[in-house]
Design a protein around this ligand. Structure first.
Ligand code: ATP
Ligand code: MG
Length: 401
């Protein structure tokens, strides 16, 4: 096949160099799967029989991005390609990370350690597929199936259970019966996995096109009991029916949605989000948006500046939680009424403030711009150069910068 997607074409010279030097080299993992599914290809991963030192010897520019697990990045024409040495992972005493990785020379050993058959495909540089575990059939039939014995694989690494749900949600695939049995059996092991790793998979799951179905399975199979925080059955059923119709388009939307549907008060929300180790940015957005969404039908004077600041997320959540169309129209008309829709529409900007000698470049500039933005949004100052200049002078020129 010479019609490989562009992402692979760029990496072909790298595979050529490796194979000419007598090593094996393949495209592996998600990129091969996504190509076969005609989905967007993210990063193209390369696996090779060459050991890291051998890779570094063959290529002029390399970076040790993860050399302890065998990954070296090769830089070529401004692009970076990760080459990982074929490896096995032995004895997982903490259910999380392999105790050690062993580099091996055989592709089959490397494919065997991978989580699901659809992720255990390899492809040569001319597009020939190596399929040792029936991954091609599973892709065709839409099946998530553990490579080897599911219980063993989930015992080695409990995160794989979250990944099964995540891929199922993203691809609309069903989880094969033995794989699901293994999941039901080993779900308590999820407690041993670092929150951050679970969170990544959970978020990807909830943003998937088939998120509702995966979340339903997660509830039925008691996965939710072993995740951080607690979301009640009733709220979960609401969330599931929301997701049957709408798909979250951003991580922050995922969390705003979950918490809108939860009965938690503000302090409790903060506690819940800390348990999930969410970023400050996401926590801040949730705290701003959720109270507005929850009360939107009763509140007559909305916090205009919050509506303005979080307009995109707010409209997304209103759509997802299916509040009356009237309410969405109301928020839209509020947004339309505002003098500006974004800070770039301010009649004067940062460099004007500097030219006018009102604010010096530096940390105070951000505060000054925010204050002008807020004053304009709340119609305390009109959005004209004159009005803003005098506002800024009044507010800031006496301050020491
Ligand atoms: P995405 O497009 O979301 O990145 P991906 O399949 O590339 O999907 P990654 O998490 O980037 O997923 O992992 C790359 C590959 O490494 C997988 O396709 C799989 O073969 C293997 N892999 C990743 N995590 C695990 C794991 N926990 N256990 C076994 N194999 C894994
Ligand atoms: Mg990937």
């Amino acid at each position: 096949i010479n019609t490989l997607p562009q992402e692979f074409i760029g990496a072909q010279p790298i595979l050529k160099i490796l194979t000419r030097a007598g090593f094996e080299a393949y495209f592996v993992g998600g990129s091969v799967r996504d190509m076969l599914l005609s989905q967007v290809i993210h990063d193209v991963d390369i696996a090779s029989s060459a050991f890291p030192e051998e890779v570094k010897f063959l290529f002029e520019k390399t970076v040790d991005t993860g050399i302890q697990h065998g990954t070296v990045m090769v830089l070529d024409h401004g692009e970076g390609y990760e080459i990982t040495t074929f490896r096995t992972e032995s004895t997982y005493t903490d259910f999380r990370r392999p105790d050690s990785v062993t580099f091996v020379r055989s592709l089959s050993e490397d494919l065997k350690r991978r989580d699901f058959t659809i992720n255990a495909l390899a492809m040569t540089l001319d597009g020939e597929i190596v399929d040792l575990f029936g991954g091609l059939d599973d892709i065709k039939n839409g099946i998530i199936r553990a490579v080897g014995d599911a219980e063993t694989r989930f015992t080695e690494d409990a995160l794989r259970m979250m990944r099964a749900l995540r891929f199922s949600a993203q691809l609309g695939f069903i989880i094969e019966a033995d794989t699901q049995k293994g999941l039901i059996e080993l779900v308590p092991n999820l407690e041993k996995i670092a929150v951050e790793r679970i969170r990544v998979e959970f978020e990807k799951m909830l943003m998937g096109a088939s998120a509702a179905n995966s979340l339903k399975i997660a509830v039925q199979d008691k996965v939710m009991l072993y995740l951080p925080g607690h979301i009640g059955q009733w709220e979960l059923s609401l969330i599931i029916s929301d997701l049957e119709i709408y798909q979250a388009n951003h991580i922050v939307v995922v969390w705003c949605h979950l918490l809108t549907r939860s009965p938690l008060k503000i302090q409790e929300m903060t506690h819940f989000m800390r348990q999930w180790k969410l970023s400050r940015d996401i926590m801040k957005t949730v705290i701003a948006v959720v109270p507005i969404v929850r009360q939107i039908e009763n509140v007559t004077i909305l916090d205009l500046y919050t509506v303005y600041s979080y307009a995109d997320v707010l409209l997304e959540i209103l759509k997802i939680t299916d509040v009356a169309d009237k309410t969405i129209q109301h928020v839209r008309s509020i947004l339309k009424m505002l003098p500006i829709t974004q800070s770039s529409e301010l009649a004067i900007n940062g460099s004007d403030l500097i030219k006018l000698g009102i604010v010096q470049p530096g940390p105070r500039m951000g505060h000054a711009l925010k204050a002008m933005e807020k004053a304009v949004v709340l119609s305390e100052v009109s959005n004209t150069p004159e009005a803003l200049t005098s506002f800024a002078k009044e507010q800031f020129s006496h301050d020491k910068n």
